[in-house]
Design a protein around this ligand. Sequence first.
Ligand code: ADP
Ligand code: MG
Length: 319
Amino acid sequence: MVIIIEDLTQSYDGKRNAIDNLSLKIDQNQVFSFLGPNGSGKTTLINILCGLLKRNSGKVDVGGFDPEKEPNQIRKMVGLVPQETALYDYLTAKENLEFHARFYGVPRSNRNTRIDDALELAQLTDRANDRVNTFSGGMKRRLALVRALIHDPNILILDEPTLGVDVQSRNEIWNRINELKQDKTIILCTNYMDEADRLADQCAIIDHGKLIVLDRPENLKIKYAGGVLLEAQIAVSKDMQNQLYNQLYEKYTSIKITQLEIDDHYLVSLPANVEANQLLTEFSQTIQTFSDLSLINLNVRTPTLDDVFLELTGTKLRE
Ligand code: ADP
Ligand code: MG
């Protein structure tokens, strides 16, 4: 199921755009991730794709249908796990699934099998008849996930699926997502860069409702954050500052030096497309030419999507 979004713009107040002229295409049988900070427009976009929110302008095509005009078709195709799990707290796990299955038109003949399978998948068989309000956050998330799958939709949309869940539940959810993409299109909205990095085939980084960049996570990291990233905290006297800036900026075009709150301390961040040991040796040699410079700490690591976000927007994903 291909999804096409063209020139989509959405505003709640007519002043600021929650979605700002967004265009992109989502291919089938892959995990397509929207990575962006809180308020970047992820939930708004999803609500438009699911037909829960009328758009102001632009085109949206979900598997050949316009969500605004053919909500019933969309409902058959799309399973949504909303940001707030939206389960019925006073119903049991089983009752929640039954309600959903009926609403989404799962035929009576296989409803019970589907529900039992779903409970097993969520590892909640033994809690089937317990009310949801007795469940942990992780259990609720797992239940919300299988509930969205109960009518076997082609497209699965997950809005912050691991927000506030424990590590174990998170890993289970990640594994499920990886299995499901064999025959489903999965849209994953998240502000966890490691989640997008780990799961996404394509990652759209968004900020203020705008598409900043779209590519495979590994390509984004190489392109915008280098193959390796060297980070060093150094201390150097005020009068050496100019010399330090000149020399380092001249030698490394991609270097960033920030002055820290602590007196005379600087944070150096240097992305590069060379091997880690080469970068380390070269950088060490360079800073040795400064007589009264001391190295507080030094590390070389693989860049993350957070580094990509920082490079492209000047801010961190989450403060
Ligand atoms: P995200 O899901 O990425 O956190 P949202 O889509 O929820 O982002 O929000 C995008 C922008 O739209 C934010 O500025 C938010 O404050 C605003 N917004 C979201 N929902 C509403 C609403 N129902 N009414 C008014 N403004 C909203
Ligand atoms: Mg949201």
